[in-house]
Design a protein around this ligand. Structure first.
Ligand SMILES: [Zn+2]
Ligand SMILES: [Zn+2]
Length: 274
């Protein structure tokens, strides 16, 4: 029997923050944070998933008692951040940008040192909004942004006869096609800039994803409108591969993975080699 088990616990907190370093002047703040620079705060309902790993205790059958884990999260996350203005009330951020990246590093350090010795912090996932979350794992940070596009396609292989295509793809081979509201998650990896606390300017990433993917794919028939799908089956596996290729090396941080959700029940993923 495998000894190590991972447990993930969710906790949430609502906090205010702003991208404005008090010790810098207006001009410097605007240069650093661009359109996000503001001396006024705004808020998020953060959702934090905390994954810990450890051996299962023979007598209790647990990796860690959830009550003990909740006590750690209450003291180090909720009591510290919930209903607080992060820049004003959390000393660590009095002169440091409270970005998702910096919050993850801060939370990882606090949680890791407060766990009992037999339990190790494996990963954190911190969601700032349904369109943006960051992950921490073994000191590595990633940021994931969600996009949407609606497109139609027809599953049809030029290597097969019409009968074989119908046999293989069924109603997805319908000559007129059918459509999906695709959800595309793009994940990048990097280290935060010491000044901005961000691994990349999100608006530059949005701009590139929109230009290279969304503008080309949204409200199109993939087989008809996009040359790359004219002679291959436009399955989500193939679409995911093409989207990865289109973005790889083009974003302001290293592309780690893309996830393409075709329906609520189908998700396809392409990752960069380790
Ligand atoms: Zn914010
Ligand atoms: Zn389909």
């Amino acid at each position: 029997m495998r000894d190590q088990v991972t447990l993930t616990r969710r906790v949430s907190f609502s906090s205010g923050h702003r991208y404005w370093i008090a010790s810098l002047g207006e001009e410097q703040n605007r240069a650093l944070f661009g359109k996000w620079a503001s001396p006024f705060s705004h808020g998020h309902n953060y959702v934090l998933d905390v994954s810990v790993v450890g051996s299962v205790d023979r007598s209790t059958g647990m990796v860690i008692n959830i009550k003990a884990l909740d006590a750690v999260l209450q003291a180090n996350v909720v009591a510290d951040l919930d209903q607080k203005s992060i820049n004003d009330q959390v000393p660590e951020f009095s002169d440091k940008a409270p970005s998702l990246e910096n919050l993850l590093l801060y939370l990882a350090a606090r949680i890791a040192r407060s766990l009992p010795p037999q339990t190790k912090l494996l990963a954190l996932r911190l969601e700032e909004s349904p369109l943006l979350y960051g992950e921490w794992e073994n000191g590595k940070l990633t940021l994931t942004r969600s996009y949407e596009f609606a497109a139609s396609h027809r599953l049809n292989s030029p290597d097969l006869t019409p009968e074989q295509n119908v046999e293989l793809y069924g109603k997805c081979n319908n000559p007129a096609g059918h459509g999906h509201n695709y959800v595309l998650e793009v994940t990048v990896q990097g280290s935060p800039d010491p000044k901005t606390g961000m691994m990349l300017p999100i608006d530059e990433m949005d701009h590139m994803v929109e230009k290279l993917v969304i503008d080309r794919y949204d409200h199109r028939h993939l087989n008809v409108d996009l040359d790359e799908y004219k002679n291959v089956p436009a399955t989500s596996e193939v679409v995911a591969q093409h989207i990865f290729e289109a973005l790889d090396g083009k974003l302001p941080a290293k592309l780690k993975r893309i996830r393409l959700q075709e329906t609520a029940r189908n998700v396809f993923e392409v990752s960069a080699p380790e």
